[in-house]
Design a binder for this molecule. Structure first.
Ligand code: PLP
Length: 287
């Protein structure tokens, strides 16, 4: 397996970064997770736009133009002869001294990993996942903007640990006012009386590429889609709940805090959107 590491392709076993890299020392950097479906890099432009916006927000300068990085990503997929894959693009602040001031880091480090995809088990899509709301809160937008996909994922790791401890598949994260925000690495939607709702990202959610794709698709299919704040109560009494993300695609949640959602099975709107989503994954991107 070939990894793109700061200007060259190196063998997986030789792909190492310095212990002085501020991505390692402080989580100082940004990243993207992207999927390849039958050779099509799904929504690559959208992922690159988000990556460059994340980097700009934290004043990290990516040492390539978007088009150059696009070619590097495509080349990484080609070199590894992958048709269906998961890509991780990481831009760290680079090596510096032990102080946290990024002034000591002169060369941002660019890493692109593409590997065969470990799909979620099919049963999970058929039965749906179980969620539990957790005590850790999504960080406030004025502290660390939720739109920045930074290397600092401690918040998300803590909620994942809480979900594990509760014996469920995924966490339901709230913000400090108790509004629902997202999962540990996916966005949330609820369906009530045929209308689809998702929290506005300003409440504390990443602006997911899958989230946006699903909102577009749903509107095209004639559903009413609203970005509107809601609480755990609204989730409990929803007809359907589903999560979206690069890894999860679209997956139903059938139990939340031990309340059964709808009839406890993935709902019709969720299943419809998943099948519509799968139709565009091989076309809507970079070939
Ligand atoms: N929310 C968080 C915190 C994430 O890390 C992710 C994963 O990328 C998502 C939501 C889903 O976003 P996307 O659909 O762009 O993968």
């Amino acid at each position: 397996q070939w990894i793109y590491l700061g200007g060259e392709f190196v063998n997986k076993n030789e792909a190492v970064v310095s212990v002085y890299d501020h991505g390692f020392l402080y989580g100082d950097g940004v990243f993207e997770g992207i999927r390849v479906y039958e050779g099509n890099i799904f929504k690559l432009d959208e992922h690159l736009d988000r990556l460059y916006d994340s980097a700009k927000s934290i004043m990290l300068s990516i040492p390539y133009e978007k088009e150059e990085l696009e070619s590097i990503i495509a080349e990484t997929v080609r070199k590894n002869e992958l048709q269906t894959a998961y890509i991780r693009v990481v831009i760290s602040r680079g090596s510096g001294n032990l102080g946290l001031d990024p002034v000591s880091c002169s060369n941002p480090r660019v890493v692109v990993i593409a590997e065969a995809l470990a799909l979620f088990p099919k049963e999970l899509y058929e039965r749906g996942v179980r969620l539990a709301s957790v005590s850790s809160r999504r960080n406030r937008p004025d502290v660390l903007p939720p739109q920045v996909k930074s290397l600092n994922y401690l918040n998300n790791i803590l909620v994942k640990m809480e979900a594990n401890q509760a014996g469920v598949d995924e966490a339901l994260m709230l913000n400090d006012q108790g509004y629902v925000t997202e999962g540990s690495a996916d966005n949330i939607f609820i369906v009530k009386k045929g209308t689809i709702y998702t929290p506005p990202t300003y409440l504390g959610a990443l602006e997911g590429i899958t989230r946006n794709a699903i909102m577009d698709l749903a509107r095209k299919k004639g559903y009413d889609v609203k970005e509107q704040p809601f609480t755990r109560h609204d989730v409990y009494v929803a007809d359907e709940v589903f999560l979206t993300g690069t890894a999860a695609e679209v997956i139903a949640a059938v139990e939340v805090d031990q309340r059964e959602i709808g009839d406890g099975k993935p709902g019709v709107v969720t299943s419809h959107l998943l099948s519509e989503f799968r139709k565009v994954t091989t076309t809507d991107g970079y070939k």
